[in-house]
Design a protein around this ligand. Structure first.
Ligand SMILES: [Zn+2]
Length: 160
């Protein structure tokens, strides 16, 4: 075990290369990675942004995260692979389409050597958004609000 004298983080390997400042945005996260990985990381980020336009970008569990009331999907850079974390159910749901990829519970490991499966990534991200439990709560809330509006004869424009 080794403790970095600057940031006090503890690592298994002595002099483990890392960044002492914790990233607070996805941009910062990507720019802190080895430049050889950055192009693909930015490409993945653009894909997720396209698939999840309403989601908020944040860092959660030390990973770039797309959030809408709850964490929808994360990704992370590692030397051996680009990790995509859509959750266990999503990985199960897309099992067949993912058969040529290395997966485990909630994790998809994308190779740095191959092109990103752009269509599949967008599909998975959209699936995560639709299966977001918060999304259903949102719809229910809106239905109740609309009902109350109609009850009091308010214009629908004032309601939404
Ligand atoms: Zn440090």
């Amino acid at each position: 075990m080794w403790t970095c004298p600057k940031c006090k983080r503890v690592f298994n390997n002595k002099n483990q290369s890392h960044y002492c400042i914790k990233p607070t945005t996805i941009d910062e996260y990507i720019l802190q990675q080895d430049p050889i990985y950055q192009e693909k990381l930015f490409q993945l980020r653009d894909l997720l942004k396209e698939a999840l336009p309403e989601a908020e970008e944040r860092i959660s569990w030390s990973m770039p995260t797309y959030w809408k009331g709850t964490n929808l999907i994360h990704f992370a850079c590692s030397k051996t692979h680009l990790g995509l974390y859509p959750g266990e159910e999503a990985v199960e749901h897309f099992q067949k389409e993912l058969e040529n990829y290395s997966t485990s519970k909630g994790t998809i490991r994308l190779s740095w050597k191959e092109d990103l499966p752009t269509k599949l990534i967008i599909k998975i991200a959209k699936w995560c958004s639709k299966h977001n439990p918060i999304y259903f709560i949102d719809i229910k809330k809106r239905m109740i609000e609309n009902f109350i509006c109609r009850l009091f004869n308010l214009s629908i424009n004032n309601c939404l």
